[in-house]
Design a protein around this ligand. Structure first.
Ligand SMILES: [Mg+2]
Length: 233
């Protein structure tokens, strides 16, 4: 098998930490902008944290200039509030997460990394309670770029720095629960594996034609085969 770079989304894919992170995020927006905007009805799936701040506050009437000025404070408040409030019981691993990461990590040809809209520090906070940071020495984060569609390139550049391999095309796999995870690497020809453990239904994910679609990771063997594409050939 050729060397593979497997990039995992976090929220809805590896874990759910929705309640506690939504509360910290909302409080941070209140602190920096005086409003949470239409946070209740907002579609967060597949978006980066800086993008969520921009879209919510644009909807609340702030200009781009005002958003750029206040956003660093909102994001820092979010990180601070999440760091002080998160407890192990707030983070629920998705079915089969641990065994899947262990199985992939055992494969010498596989490099694991993150591709997430979280800022790096909040990504690490969410994975720490389920002891998953050890699988992901690097990644591409919302703190690298507001646009998720630019994060695959960031991840590839980081892989070249960290492991000295130029991964490309179908040797790169993005695993995520939203249509944006499925689509964001398409211009690079990467494989996308969708998992229906987030807010997006399997039917909706299927419309974007991922290379594979899983209901969850509870069948470790099937999930590994789908992710590495060993079932395709
Ligand atoms: Mg997600």
């Amino acid at each position: 098998m050729s060397p593979r770079l497997v990039l995992f989304d976090i929220d809805g894919t590896l874990v759910s930490a929705g309640g506690i992170s939504a509360r910290a995020f909302g409080e941070a927006l209140l602190e920096a902008f005086g409003t949470m905007g239409d946070a209740e009805r907002f579609d967060y799936s597949g978006k980066t944290d800086p993008q969520i701040v921009r879209e919510l506050m644009k909807g609340a009437g702030f200009t781009d200039e005002e958003i750029e000025e206040r956003r660093p404070r909102a994001l820092e408040e979010y990180r601070r509030r999440l760091a002080t409030s998160i407890r192990p019981e707030h983070v629920v691993p998705k079915p089969g997460m641990g065994p899947l990461l262990e199985a992939l990590d055992r494969q010498p040809a596989v490099t694991l990394a993150l591709l997430t809209g979280n800022l790096e520090p909040t990504a690490r906070l969410k994975l720490q309670p389920v002891d998953a940071n050890r699988f992901f020495p690097f990644g591409a984060f919302g703190s690298d770029d507001e646009d998720r569609y630019r994060l695959p390139r960031v991840a590839l550049a980081r892989a070249r720095e960290e492991v000295g391999v130029s991964f490309e095309g179908p040797d790169v796999v993005i695993v995520g629960d939203s249509v944006h995870d499925v689509r964001c690497g398409r211009d690079l020809g990467v494989r996308a594996v969708a998992v229906a453990t987030g807010r997006t239904s399997a039917e909706r994910l299927a419309e974007d034609r991922p290379a594979a679609l899983l209901s969850d990771f509870s069948d470790t063997g099937a999930a590994v085969a789908a992710i590495l594409g060993t079932e395709d050939s």
